[in-house]
Design a protein around this ligand. Structure first.
Ligand code: BES
Ligand code: ZN
Length: 466
């Protein structure tokens, strides 16, 4: 094992240069003009996997391709009939970088500053899964036998809802059958607190369009005699959440799993204070549902958020029109026991009920996923905690997180495998925001954690987790 750890230490400068090469590829899955860049990124990644000694290929899908890479049979130490097999999941697609003018340096020209590398996708998720690849490289290049087989599944559609991956899992069920899935695509509260995430929120996405007149109208000639779709949409949206942050849609909270006293105690122990959160986010005052702490609000309570709002003239200067339509892009975060289909229905029913007769409402459904929960007391979770402790030289914490990784539900349903969420992102990494970065200490500690993890996991009886 010392050989592996020494190899990691010796090669950090090259690893950072490789991360920068990876970050130069603008793999923005949401934007059709980047389709070729996603393919190029998948090709780069598969080639990189082969260079470090993995068997790798690019699998086309109806959307962006999936990269699969495996440890060769020769890499394993024991010749047992059935070696433990773990999957590492990550995503090479990134969020749109806009608004570009807010970046200190261009999003696809990685910039090193202190212990950070700035670029879109640095923390979410290229840096995080590259840490796992560098750990396996260290085993393969030092001839250190791996105690298990590993399969990397790195997809290109996570940021747009993973539409094609579940089907892929089903059709490759046999080769992907594994003892657990390891994912580093979550966070840690700060550099001194490595974390095992035990819950993620689910999500539903949809677009609401309010249609008014058949075309944009002169607001002087016709304004006053027709409803204004932007006003109508604003009125609709304003009725969906009360001034205390509670969602005002009947039935929305019906199935919400309450927080146990024990969970609330655990969440209170986390090091992020409200004052630091306020400063970090640049808000004049924190806001949220009464009766819950900000940590609870952003991890264990459901939300209704407007992600985008569009109507009328968006150019410079003024234009006197009544717009023909107004649109809002919405996502709701869901917590355990809320069912995406049911929440979609209560939202649509309520919008239909409160929509005035002066406009026509159209609701287009998007992606959806349930919340995820995994036991922190299973032997696998305990093994992960030991690897975190040893790699970071710090006591790990247990987290519930507010983001979503929809596919982890399918890992359980299709493959029967639990997911260990071992995130390396810091709150100040600016995931999905301008000036995204990844911390190079997290990168290096993450590589060590990954290297140690395979040893710790295989000390355990495999094939279950609960
Ligand atoms: N890395 C995030 C998920 C995440 C964020 C987990 C924060 C825990 C804390 C992932 O890349 C992501 O952004 N997922 C999307 C999924 C959605 C598009 C279906 C999300 O949460 O918005
Ligand atoms: Zn993301």
């Amino acid at each position: 094992m010392q050989l592996v750890l020494d190899y990691l230490k010796r090669n950090q400068a090259r690893f950072v240069a490789e991360l920068c090469d990876y970050l130069r590829l603008p793999s923005v899955s949401a934007q059709p003009q980047h389709k070729k860049d996603l393919r190029a990124c998948a090709d780069w990644l598969a080639k990189h996997c082969r260079q470090i000694g993995l068997e790798a290929g690019v699998c086309p899908t109806q959307g962006h391709p999936i990269v699969i890479a495996r440890t060769p049979a020769s890499a394993a130490g024991q010749r047992a009939k059935r070696r433990p097999h773990f999957m590492v999941y990550g995503h090479y697609d990134v969020q749109p970088p806009e608004p570009l003018e807010l970046w200190k340096s261009p999003p696809f020209e990685p910039r090193l500053a202190g212990r950070s590398v700035f670029a879109r996708g640095a923390t979410d998720n290229k840096g995080q899964h590259l840490a796992h690849l560098k750990a396996v490289e260290a085993y393969l290049k030092t001839g250190t036998p791996l105690p298990c087989d590993l399969t990397f599944v790195i997809e290109g559609e996570e940021e747009v809802g993973s539409a094609n991956l579940a089907k892929f899992l089903k059709s490759h069920r046999n080769e992907l059958n594994c003892d657990a899935v390891v994912v580093s695509d979550t966070g840690m509260p700060d550099k001194n607190h490595p974390a095992l995430t035990c819950a993620l929120r689910g999500i539903i996405a949809f677009e609401i369009t309010v249609h008014g007149p058949a075309r944009d109208l002169h607001s002087g000639t016709f304004g006053g005699a027709v409803d204004n779709p932007a006003m109508a949409l604003s009125r609709l949206l304003a009725q969906l959440r009360d001034k205390n942050g509670r969602i005002a849609i009947p039935g929305f909270y019906d199935d919400v799993a309450p927080l146990s006293a024990c969970e609330r105690r655990e969440l209170k122990r986390l090091p992020l204070t409200n004052a630091r959160l306020k400063t970090l986010l640049g808000v004049p005052k924190l806001f949220g549902e009464h009766g819950f702490t900000p940590t609870e609000q952003r991890s264990a309570r459901p939300t209704f958020e407007i992600n985008g709002l569009t109507s009328g003239y968006q150019g410079k200067g003024s234009k006197t029109i009544v717009p023909a339509w107004a649109r809002a892009k919405i996502t709701c975060r869901l917590v355990p026991d809320q069912r995406p289909a049911r929440i979609r229905k209560v939202v649509c029913d309520y919008l239909g009920k409160i929509c005035p007769p002066t406009v026509r409402l159209e609701i287009e459904a998007g992606h959806g996923a349930e919340a995820y929960r995994v036991s922190p007391t299973s032997p696998q979770a305990q093994a992960a905690l030991r690897a975190l402790r040893e790699a970071f030289h710090r006591e790990p914490v247990l987290l519930r997180e507010g983001g979503s990784i929809p596919i982890v539900n399918d890992f359980k349903k299709v493959l029967g495998a639990d997911t260990l969420l071992l995130g390396l992102a810091l709150p100040e990494d600016n995931a999905h925001s301008p000036n995204e970065k990844f911390d190079l200490d997290c990168f290096e500690n993450g590589q060590r954690m990954s290297a140690l993890l395979w040893q710790e996991l295989t000390k355990q009886p495999t094939g279950g987790g609960e």
